[in-house]
Ligand binder design. Structure first.
Ligand code: ZN
Length: 260
């Protein structure tokens, strides 16, 4: 059974102190009450198959949660990401749900429509790889799964430092979604509140890469590229590839990514 005793029951859990505690190595408490702290709680972790979501799942597990991983098969161009999610879940999750929800029916993004993925580097503004309202949709699904599973903790590996400027990766969005979760659900209005954990929110890609190493996670299992070759090799040019490579370079860790 995971050891929850190292997480003292006297600290509020917010995205800010979550990340701060990761950075300075302090132990962190996830919001159980003292009377429940002997129980192993479940958390729903949104697992895309990318490096960030893998580290997020690893941190949830390290914190003592039983991990229910939720992967959305949304018709993403980078289908190999789903295989990565399965490989990661087989190591970190106690349960894995791959939910088909084809957002190609909506389109509107280079990831879900026949639009070119930008390859010129991370630029100002919100790029065409933004999938309309994706994290609102995904967190809503995670919330439904969490309430049905009697899990009150939801982990999402959003990052607002080394990212592409997507609005639904910022703390303003997460704070509002948590508020919504607690007025939109039976559990929430009955006082059994949901908490959205964003342990990577204020970490750099280098810090996330170092967390993967510290947790003993195999980064080669994860997939980040938006536009891989048919055999799953990374393009090395899209924003996701550039940010991932930057993380490994700045962390001084060998990049296991296989490039086309
Ligand atoms: Zn790429």
């Amino acid at each position: 059974m995971p050891d929850l005793a190292r997480f003292p029951p006297n600290r509020a859990s917010t995205p800010d102190n979550w990340a701060a505690s990761l950075l300075d190595g302090r132990p962190f408490f996830f919001g159980t009450t003292a009377t429940r702290s002997h129980l192993v709680k479940s958390a729903v972790v949104l697992l895309s198959g990318g490096l960030d979501s893998m580290v997020c799942a690893g941190l949830a597990r390290e914190a003592g949660f039983s991990v229910i991983a939720l992967t959305i098969d949304y018709g993403q161009r980078h289908r190999v990401e789903l295989e990565a999610a399965r490989a990661i879940a087989s190591r970190l999750a106690d349960k894995h749900i791959v939910l088909p929800l084809n957002l190609r029916a909506f389109g509107g993004s280079a990831l879900t429509a026949d639009l070119d993925v930008p390859k010129e580097g991370v630029e100002e503004g919100i790029p065409v790889t933004y999938v309309p309202a994706r994290n609102t949709i995904f967190l809503s699904l995670a919330l439904g799964l969490a309430e049905a599973s009697v899990a009150r903790d939801i982990f999402i590996g959003v990052n607002a430092l080394d990212y592409s400027g997507y609005p639904d990766c910022r703390s303003e969005f997460i704070d509002e979604f948590q508020r919504l979760a607690n007025v939109a659900t039976k559990a929430g209005v009955e006082g059994d509140r949901f908490e959205i954990h964003t342990p990577l929110l204020r970490l750099t890609k280098a810090e996330i890469t170092l967390e993967a190493k510290r947790l003993g996670l195999d980064a080669a299992l994860s997939h980040s590229c938006y536009d891989p070759s048919p055999d799953g090799r990374a393009c090395g040019q899209c924003d996701a590839c550039r940010l991932r490579a930057k993380g490994f370079a700045e962390a001084g860790i060998e990049d296991p990514t296989v490039y086309a």
